[in-house]
Design a protein around this ligand. Structure first.
Ligand code: ATP
Ligand code: MG
Length: 253
């Protein structure tokens, strides 16, 4: 049992969810390593939703509301940390949920489908036959015909850089959640949310609710004004570790 007043409570709870999911076979070994990398960036960003992340969440909410056919992609880490929130967000945007695994096994797909259904999902795509986006015969290009394959906007948390690039090249609006603002995924996406998925998805749900009844022009304006490269630049500035210890001096100063 982790005590609620432990200073690392939230971080330890996430670790417990991740290791539980790994023990159950929901998460591949590499999923635990990916979580560790995420933790390090989260620590440096102060374990809170930053201003640039807030901007990206607003743009992402606008894109998801404007989308004709939005799809949320779920992998092991997402299923381990925010299964209920993903189902709720899909409901809010009238979107579909698709399981997408790089280390795909039928068993893991089944387990993740069960987790999503336990949390209220009525339809889960990506469990049957898959197609290859733009005919690219790579496991990074697979998508369900009624889901990501035909989607105009996709939310792909913790996605791989190559797959993000394939999705982007196929003309889709690609929204990612990735704590590493330097990753290829963050750079390739249309909208990168540099925040922990445990904060980003609930914030997306709230923002979609706030913006849902806004006029179309306002939502289009939010999207037009959003510049992903500039937003990542602002986030990277926040990674300056000297703000935690002003006594650490930069060698350039
Ligand atoms: P890329 O291929 O985009 O360069 P990568 O190979 O460095 O990325 P992957 O292992 O493919 O990274 O993906 C894991 C990514 O997910 C990492 O960038 C990590 O920071 C991020 N990540 C891990 N856990 C979380 C989390 N809870 N919330 C948000 N992002 C996370
Ligand atoms: Mg990668």
């Amino acid at each position: 049992m982790i005590s609620r007043d432990h200073p690392r409570y939230h971080s330890l709870m996430q670790r417990e969810k991740i290791t539980d999911a790994w023990r159950k076979g929901i998460l591949a070994d590499s999923g635990m390593i990916a979580h560790g990398r995420g933790e390090a960036f989260d620590y440096l960003l102060g374990e809170e939703t930053t201003e640039p992340a807030r901007k990206a969440i607003k743009a992402a909410a606008a894109a998801l509301i404007l989308a004709e056919n939005p799809v949320i992609s779920v992998n092991g880490n997402t299923a381990a940390l925010v299964p209920a929130e993903v189902v709720e967000l899909a409901g809010e945007i009238g979107g579909k949920i698709e399981i997408n695994l790089f280390h795909r096994t039928e068993k893991r797909v089944k387990l993740i489908e069960e987790v999503l259904r336990e949390h209220g999902a009525s339809e889960v795509l990506g469990t049957g036959k898959l197609m290859h986006i733009d005919g690219i015969m790579s496991p990074r290009a697979t998508a369900s015909p009624d889901g990501i394959y035909s989607a105009d906007t996709v939310l792909v948390p913790l996605e791989d850089g190559d797959r993000t690039e394939i999705l982007r090249k196929s003309g889709k609006t690609v929204i990612t959640v990735d704590l590493n603002p330097l990753s290829r995924t963050s750079r390739m996406a249309s909208i990168s949310i540099t925040d922990n998925i445990v904060r980003a998805v609930p914030a997306l749900i709230d923002t979609v609710r706030e913006l849902r009844d806004a006029p179309r022009e306002e939502l289009e304006g939010i999207l037009r004004k959003f510049d992903n490269t500039e937003n990542l630049r602002e986030t990277i500035k926040l990674l300056d570790i000297r703000r935690y210890n002003p006594e650490i001096e930069s060698s350039q100063e």
